[in-house]
Every structure is written in structure tokens, then in C-alpha cells.
Ligand binder design. Structure first.
Ligand SMILES: CCCCC/C=C\C/C=C\C/C=C/C(=O)SCCNC(=O)CCNC(=O)[C@H](O)C(C)(C)COP(=O)(O)OP(=O)(O)OC[C@H]1O[C@@H](n2cnc3c(N)ncnc32)[C@H](O)[C@@H]1OP(=O)(O)O
Length: 243
């Protein structure tokens, strides 16, 4: 599946909705057992959540957006398919989250392709289920440091900390993803799927129990004037980068 939402594959409401629909279609297709997730635009895997969905909108929109994000996370994190992320570009914040909920992550070796949950750099806080997903991958201490500092890891460091499973030359990314997929598909589906469910259930249950409260938290947090100002300033900085 190639992510295709120009210019930076941000996770807009529309994109999240389409991703969920496409995942459902693939899961319902008995001929499909695995999925390689990559970007149509080498250089950018995903810029994460769409900042335009979080700026200058009304509370009902924020709630709808957050619910769609939760839905996407729940769908992909619990997917019965083997999901391999072939990360062919920068992967900050929500882009990193999307990689973390796959089963295996391969990052192309390019110093510009950084990955991490950098929310604190924007003056916002990674929600508890982003944090849980990261802790499940790299452990508590490494997550605490990465989250507080909003670290974006270049490939060698991402590999060292365990944020990705493999770093390969850019021209080997797709072939590596296919051979990893073959290895995972050699395991009987039912045993692998039940193991995945068992490993991920506590994290899933944590979000499911708190879903409504989490939406309310997000809406009240993002509606604050101070947060709106931070996000606007951040967007402006991104735009000024060009000039
Ligand atoms: C205690 C209670 C807690 C409750 C929870 C509350 C809050 C938490 C909320 C949310 C968590 C947030 C998660 C996120 O994912 S936020 C998004 C974070 N993303 C980033 O920081 C990435 C920003 N982008 C970049 O760094 C770069 O764009 C890039 C991806 C490295 C690509 O660089 P490049 O130079 O190729 O492109 P440009 O920078 O020129 O960008 C092109 C174009 O795209 C616009 N854009 C970039 N990123 C986003 C984005 N995430 N959303 C929307 N738009 C984006 C950028 O502004 C440019 O636009 P222009 O109009 O100038 O063309």
C-alpha cells in the first residue's frame, strides 16, 4: 500500500478514512495475508497528523478527527495481516506512530530520513496511546528520553534504540521488505495472529476503555489559545523554511 497524500502524506481526516477502508478491504480478501506500507514519495514517509486539521477548526471537527485517528490506530495495530513498514522518507510524530503499529520496520539509510515522536518540539504532548506504542517497541527509559526531548532519530540511531528493526540502502528497501514478508508468511497465520493479539491486547484495551475521555482531552487541549498559537507558529516556521 503506497501512501499518497501530497505534498507530505500528512494524515488528514480523508486520508485516515481511506486508510481504514482500504485496510478493511484487504483484510476481507482471503488472497491477501500481508501488506507492505510505503510512501509514493521517496523522501517523505509521512509528516504525521495533518496540522491543518488541528488549527482554527471547531470542537466538533477536532472530535471527529481524533476519533478517525483512534479508529486507524485500532485497525492497523490489530490487523490480522502481516504489516511491514518500508520507510522511505522522514517519519516524524504521527508518521512514526504509523510505523510503530506495523509488525516490522525497515528504514532506508539516508540521514534525512529521521523518525521519532517529536510532539514536545511543537509544544504538544504525545497522547498516552502513542506513548504506550513506543514503550512497547523501545522500552520505558528510552521512550521517556525520546518523548521528553522530542527526539527525531537518524537511521543508525533509530536502529540502535530499536525504533526500527533494520536499516538498508535505499535501493534495497523494497526487496528487503519482500524477503522479510516471506519470512513472516512462513509462520502459520492462526498462531501468528493469536500471538499478535495476545501481545497487543493490554495496549488496545487501555485505549478502548479511555476512548471517549481521550477525545474530550484532545478537544479541550487543542482548543486552548496557547496550543493554537503554538501550532500556528510551527506552521509558519515550516512555511518560512522555504523563503
Ligand atoms: C495532556 C493531554 C494530551 C492530549 C493530546 C493532545 C494533543 C496531542 C496531539 C497530537 C499529537 C500530534 C502528532 C502529530 O503528528 S503533529 C504533526 C507533526 N509533524 C511534524 O512535525 C512534521 C512537520 N513537517 C516537516 O517536518 C516537513 O514538512 C517534512 C515532513 C520533513 C517534509 O519537509 P519538506 O521540506 O519536504 O516539505 P515542507 O516542510 O516544505 O512542507 C511542504 C508543505 O507541507 C506542509 N506540511 C508539512 N507538514 C505538515 C503537517 N504535518 N500537516 C500539514 N501540513 C504540513 C508545509 O507547511 C508545507 O506547506 P506549504 O503550504 O508551505 O507548501
Amino acid at each position: 500500500m503506497k501512501l499518497k497524500n501530497p505534498p507530505v502524506n500528512s494524515l488528514s481526516l480523508e486520508m485516515l478514512t481511506e486508510l481504514v477502508i482500504n485496510l478493511e478491504k484487504l483484510e476481507n480478501d482471503k488472497a491477501v495475508r500481508g501488506l507492505v506500507l510505503t510512501s509514493e514519495y521517496p523522501g517523505i514517509f509521512s509528516a504525521g497528523l495533518d496540522l491543518m486539521e488541528m488549527c482554527g477548526r471547531n470542537p466538533a471537527h477536532y472530535a471527529e478527527y481524533w476519533k478517525a485517528l483512534q479508529e486507524f490506530w485500532l485497525k492497523l495495530y490489530q490487523s490480522s495481516l502481516v504489516v511491514v513498514a518500508a520507510i522511505n522518507g522522514a517519519s516524524p510524530a504521527g508518521g512514526c506512530l504509523m510505523s510503530l503499529i506495523c509488525d516490522y520496520r525497515i528504514l532506508a539509510d539516508n540521514p534525512k530520513y529521521t523518525i521519532g515522536l517529536n510532539e514536545t518540539l511543537l509544544g504538544i504532548v504525545a497522547p498516552f496511546w502513542f506513548k504506550d506504542t513506543m514503550v512497547n517497541t523501545i522500552g520505558h527509559r528510552a521512550s521517556e528520553r525520546a518523548l521528553q526531548l522530542g527526539l527525531l532519530f537518524p537511521p543508525a540511531e533509530a536502529l540502535q534504540v530499536g525504533l526500527v528493526d533494520q536499516v538498508v540502502p535505499e535501493d534495497k528497501l523494497q526487496s528487503t521488505a519482500l524477503s522479510v514478508m516471506a519470512q513472516w508468511l512462513a509462520i502459520p497465520d492462526h498462531a501468528r495472529q493469536l500471538t499478535k493479539t495476545m501481545m497487543r491486547k493490554p495496549t488496545v484495551d487501555h485505549l478502548v476503555k479511555q476512548r471517549d475521555a481521550d477525545i474530550q482531552n484532545f478537544v479541550s487541549f487543542v482548543s486552548r489559545d496557547s496550543i493554537q498559537k503554538s501550532l500556528q507558529m510551527y506552521l509558519q516556521k515550516l512555511r518560512q523554511k522555504k523563503s
